[in-house]
Write a protein that binds this ligand. Structure first.
Ligand code: NCD
Ligand code: ZN
Ligand code: ZN
Length: 344
């Protein structure tokens, strides 16, 4: 049993940094852990144009700790009306690396998202030509579909037709939570990949209800039953290069999580790599962590691997109860708990 793991500096392929004072508070955590991150565009208003992405990128760079070489990889938020030309501009920018699908109403700040993907086919054809990945929040929004089935139904209703119609499009099935999605990605022949969060590798849906309702374990897509968690772990440690690290760290103010209608999202930027180490360790597969965290993502995005290495040690430490965030606080996942890996 190894007590030390050293891997190539990793990246976070799915991250929410928010904006303004919130961003300034959370950014140092990610910068400490990762060399680059795919920065989600679900701001208010959303990052729908290259001009907005450029301005957002400048705000991130301005908020970086002194001396940091962290690189934010920007993403465009697709709407029903995104013109094909915006995708060409994105490719030419050099700093936009992907386009994101939020089905309208599926998750936090998705109101401006896509109502029907067929509205976007002209634009997606251009995206397919550019080779930039299409990042997909894969849940249907049909209220008649049980919340635990929304990802599986999305495969039949949206993913399969999309793959058939755009066979060359690079697609990342973001934050997968089911065996259905893991199997789909594993067996698809097109350029299809998936990100997996640390919390979906570690927890099943019981965690949300252990001893009472625990809002900090509520995220979208919601945690699923144990068989699904096991399938996600199997995919992550399989050695397949289709699966890579995306924390989906999604900060919300403490009062908006501990609320009658609490926001979806788990804050893990503080200790994400440690949580992944714990998940891989539990599965006896620490030797598979490096490819998942540091190789598979850049390969899919067509970017170089990072230089430099990071070291994790088996060491107990306690996650703080809360952390300052702008003029409020954020409660990290595992607050008050002891975890057993720590970055050096
Ligand atoms: N994952 C979440 O539960 N929340 C994310 C949105 C998202 O990634 O769907 C957020 O922006 O808060
Ligand atoms: Zn999402
Ligand atoms: Zn997200």
């Amino acid at each position: 049993m190894s007590d030390v793991v050293t891997i190539t500096r990793p990246d976070d392929w799915h991250l929410h940094l928010r904006d303004g004072a919130t961003m300034a508070s959370v950014l140092p955590h990610t910068v400490h852990q990762f060399a680059r991150a795919i920065v989600m565009p679900n701001l208010k208003p959303p990052v729908t144009t290259v001009a907005l992405a450029s301005a957002y990128r400048d705000r991130i760079l301005a908020a970086l700790p002194a001396g940091s070489d962290f690189e934010p990889l920007m993403v465009l938020y697709l709407t029903d009306n995104t013109p094909p030309d915006e995708i060409r501009k994105a490719r030419d920018s050099g700093f936009v690396h992907a386009v994101k699908l939020y089905p309208a109403g599926a998750t936090t700040n998705s109101d401006a998202g896509v109502t029907d993907l067929r509205n976007c086919y002209k634009t997606l054809e251009v995206l397919q030509e550019t080779g930039m990945p299409f990042l997909v929040h894969g849940e249907v929004t049909d209220p008649a579909i049980d919340i635990f089935d929304r990802e599986a139904v999305f495969i039949d209703r949206v993913m399969t037709p999309l793959r058939r119609d755009m066979p060359e499009l690079k697609v990342v099935f973001e934050h997968i939570t089911t065996k259905d999605a893991a199997d789909y990605v594993m067996s698809s022949d097109g350029p299809t990949a998936a990100t997996i969060t640390a919390h979906h590798l570690l927890y099943n849906r019981n965690e949300i209800f252990k001893g009472g309702i625990r809002p900090h374990y509520y995220c979208l897509p919601v945690l699923k039953r144990e068989t699904h968690r096991q399938a996600l772990v199997a995919a992550a440690i399989s050695g397949s290069d289709k699966f890579f690290l995306g924390t989906d760290s999604a900060p919300h103010a403490k009062g908006l999580k501990e609320h009658a209608c609490g926001c979806a999202g788990c804050y893990t930027a503080l200790h994400a790599l440690e949580l992944y180490a714990q998940a891989f360790d539990q599965a006896g597969a620490l030797d598979k962590l490096e490819a998942f965290a540091s190789f598979n993502g850049p390969a899919f995005y067509g970017l170089p691997r990072n230089q430099g290495r990071v070291t994790l040690r088996r060491e107990n430490w306690t996650i703080p109860a809360e952390l300052p965030m702008g003029d409020t606080t954020v409660v990290p996942l595992n607050s008050g708990e002891t975890i057993n890996w720590k970055m050096a």
